[in-house]
Design a protein around this ligand. Structure first.
Ligand code: SAM
Length: 388
């Protein structure tokens, strides 16, 4: 019986992200040293290696998942799908005890029955592996390997999910608040703003604390996913050293001695309790502050700073009247904070009207599939002598 092969050295790596944040994810990849190809439908593919798998999973703040792209071929029938999958040398990726899970999606294609595609793909993979390893019964007793298929306009792409659960699951948010924003979107909002580690920062509608915590992690150069696990770490054919090296490098890059002034406020005492709990889990309770405060009382002793926020949209817990009141009070508070920039995401069309000011810029983004606008209001420019 043949033994398992080590994972290939050269890999095509595909990183997915939410629609509208591709540019931010591309910049993140470039900063990690991976100049990438253009983003197509919320995914970016580039040539990399095993260390790139580990580094991308640990360090990317705005990516949903990191995949290894295995193959791409046209298929319009189940036979073409089976043949295309069977021809792939799966033994390069999967050991003989791999537990295989197949999932996928299909858009504008003849192959649209997902569960049929799932079972055909799994059958073809197991057939190919059993033939290579010379076994008649494929046991699936080992680590989990999740294979994803994307069928788009009759073109099948097969990928191996190296992350496991989505990368928004950072490992510090164990309880759910009111309409929490995904950590990956929170990071994207921050990276699109003028927020900087030595500028005071406030989220006046902080809820469970996501934006403040993600902001503090960026400010202190703490890798977003340093606390969590990934599927590839459990793969017996993927050398452990790649994770260890990436982890140690990320730890070395931390800037924990930076002084930061980051606060989150919320009207709801329960939300504040939750945000503090998450800050403890993230190891940031000494670095960030959470206080119960209504937006009408928003002030700061600092002349300059940045607000990034996800206020109520007026759709679920807070109705539109309450949401509009929040925008109005935020607008009033901002009049006394001329040096502060505001960046706010909402689906409410009346945001600018109730805030009382036209945004300098806006862009379309999606928050949990809901179409939103991200409004940019730049504060007065800080001059070198303005520093406190
Ligand atoms: C969309 S949620 C924010 C969720 C947050 N981004 C998170 O990840 O958990 C809006 C928050 O605004 C708070 N809120 C509503 N009215 C407020 C007011 N007048 N002043 C301050 N906070 C308010 C709510 O309690 C809620 O936590």
């Amino acid at each position: 019986m043949k033994s398992n092969l080590p994972f290939p050295e050269k890999l095509d790596i595909t990183v997915t992200c939410a629609s509208g944040v591709e540019k931010v994810t591309k910049t993140e990849l470039e900063r990690l040293g991976y100049p990438s190809a253009p983003a197509v439908n919320g995914s970016i593919t580039f040539s990399g290696d095993k260390s790139a798998v580990a580094r991308c999973n640990i360090n990317l703040r705005t990516a949903d998942r990191v995949y290894i792209k295995i193959a791409q071929f046209p298929a319009q029938t189940f036979d073409e799908l089976y043949d295309g999958v069977y021809q792939i040398p799966w033994q390069n990726y999967l050991p003989k005890d791999a537990k295989i899970l197949v999932n996928g999606k299909s858009v504008k294609s003849k192959l649209f029955a997902l569960s049929a595609c799932q079972s055909i793909i799994k059958k073809a993979i197991i057939k190919g592996l059993s033939r290579y390893y010379g076994i008649s019964l494929f046991p699936e007793t080992g680590s989990l390997y999740q294979v994803e298929f994307w069928v788009f306009k009759d073109e099948v792409t097969l990928l191996l999910n190296t992350s496991g659960t989505g990368l928004h699951k950072r490992g510090y948010r164990d309880l759910v608040g009111i309409a929490p924003i995904k950590e990956t979107l929170a990071s994207a909002l921050l990276l699109m703003s003028d927020f900087y580690y030595n500028r005071p920062f406030i989220d006046p509608f902080c809820g469970s604390g996501t934006i403040v915590i993600e902001g503090a992690k960026i400010a202190l150069n703490i890798a977003p996913n340093i606390l969590r696990d990934f599927d590839f770490r459990h793969w017996t054919n993927f050398d452990k050293k790649y994770y260890t090296q990436a982890y140690e490098q990320a730890k070395d890059n931390e800037k924990l001695d930076r002084q930061i002034d980051f606060s989150g406020y919320d009207i709801d005492q329960k939300a504040i309790k939750l945000a503090r709990h998450h800050a403890v889990l993230a190891g940031l309770d000494k670095k960030v502050r959470f206080e119960r405060r209504e937006v009408k009382d928003l002030t700061s002793e600092s002349a300059f700073g940045t607000i990034v926020t996800n206020p109520p949209y007026g759709e679920r817990v807070y109705d539109i009247k309450q949401a509009k009141q929040c925008y109005k009070e935020l607008g009033e508070a901002l009049k006394k904070m001329q040096g502060w920039s505001l960046f706010a995401i909402t689906s409410a069309k009346s945001f600018e009207r109730y805030l009382g000011k036209r945004a300098d810029r806006e862009r379309k983004l999606y928050n949990s599939n809901k179409e939103c606008r991200y409004y940019y209001y730049y504060g007065q420019k800080e001059k070198p002598n303005d520093r406190r």
